[in-house]
Structure formats: C-alpha cells, structure tokens
Design a protein around this ligand. Structure first.
Ligand SMILES: [Zn+2]
Length: 220
C-alpha cells in the first residue's frame, strides 16, 4: 500500500516504527515441555530474519546460557532476559526499533514485563511471539503466563502434544526430587544433572501428576 503524502510521516519520531499502518500482534503459544515451543521460536526467528525483518530472540534460564536451544538440537544466540530488563528498551533498540520479538520461556517473565510487551505491540507496532508453559510443577499458572492470557491478542495451544508415560496426553509438568514428585518449593529451579539433590521435570497426565506416580519400572 502506498500513502500519497509528500512528507514522509512518522520517520522523525525517535523510537517509533516508521510504518504505522501495520498493526502489531501479541501472540502467546503455550504447551507443556516437549511440545516444541523452543523449536517453533527458533523457526519463527529464522523465517522473519530471512525475510529481512529485524528482531530479537529472547530467553530466560535456557539450558545453554545466552541461547535458545531446542531439544531437537537446533540453537541460536539469544538476548537473556532477567527481571531487571525493560523489554521496551530491547524493542526500541537504541532508536532503531525492531520489527519483532520472539520470547521463549515467557512464563518466567514478570507480569510487568508482559505489560511491556503489550505496550511495544501497541506503541511501536512490533509483533511479539511469546512461548511458554501454562502451569508450574504445583499445577498453578505462572504469573507471567496469567498476564499473557489476560493481555495477548491471540492465545493458542501448540498442537504438538507430549505424552505421559501411560500414553495419555501430558498436561502437567511434575518436579521430581530424588525420584519423588514434590508439590512445594521454589518456583524457579532448572533441572541440572550436576545438582544435588537430583531435580528433574517429567511430563504427566493429570491423573498421574495428581497421584505423583512416575513410570512404575522406574520407581521399582
Ligand atoms: Zn499418565
């Protein structure tokens, strides 16, 4: 679309994307571990970059530091987000606003950071693609996830479903400490094979998450 104007509009406003005709979208895609969130985040980032757009791949507490890595083995450099980061600054990019943000592990963002994402969509017209878990090991919505569900233009469940050991659809992430499922503890603990005690996350259906039952041949 061409705008018949002799004066280039909006190009003089610092921190504002020039093409204001384009609406941004805040899209939240959620799923359990193993549902392909990081893989999809990497794919979208790749496609948009390849298409000439400028954006940032953001993550928090990824398994490999300042990267987003997929369990399938693909990875890319990422901007590491911690609670002190203002995502509006990331989007403004020192006066050269980005076109999009891809946010992996968005369940760990603070509610205020989710509000910043909504603001950059509305004010800078960025597209934001957020990926995250719905619930924590206690079966409660992550605070960042709750805010995303409240604010996102589009919320969608990823269709690449993971399975419980029993074969049913996995809907919950169980935290397993030294082989026993726990329902209380610090919210943010990443699984680290070197750590003591041994903390892992396992996918369970609701029934086996509720009962705290892992695969029988692992328990026995
Ligand atoms: Zn099950």
């Amino acid at each position: 679309m061409t705008i018949a104007s002799p004066i280039p509009v909006q190009q003089t406003l610092p921190g504002t994307r020039s093409n204001l005709a384009v609406m941004g979208v805040l899209r939240f895609s959620f799923g359990t571990m193993g549902s392909g969130k990081s893989t999809l985040a990497l794919q979208i980032h790749h496609n948009l970059t390849h298409g000439g757009l400028r954006g940032a791949l953001c993550s928090m507490l990824d398994r490999k530091g300042a990267r987003v890595s997929s369990r399938l083995g693909v990875s890319a450099e990422a901007v590491v987000i911690d609670p002190s980061v203002d995502l509006r600054d990331v989007a403004r990019n020192n006066g050269e606003p980005l076109d999009y943000l891809v946010c992996d592990e968005a369940q760990f963002y603070t509610p205020e950071q989710i509000e910043q994402l909504a603001e950059v969509v509305d004010e800078l017209r960025l597209d934001v693609f957020a990926f995250g878990l719905l619930t924590d090991f206690r079966g409660r919505l992550f605070p960042g996830t709750a805010r995303l569900l409240e604010l996102a233009d589009i919320s969608e469940a990823l269709q690449c479903e993971a399975r419980c050991w029993c074969g049913d659809r996995a809907t919950h992430n169980a935290r397993v400490v030294d082989g026993v499922q726990v329902y209380e503890g610090a919210l943010m603990v990443v699984d680290d094979p070197e750590a003591v005690p041994d903390i892992r996350y396992e996918l369970r259906c609701r029934k086996h998450w509720t009962e705290g039952q892992g695969r029988p041949d692992i328990i026995l």
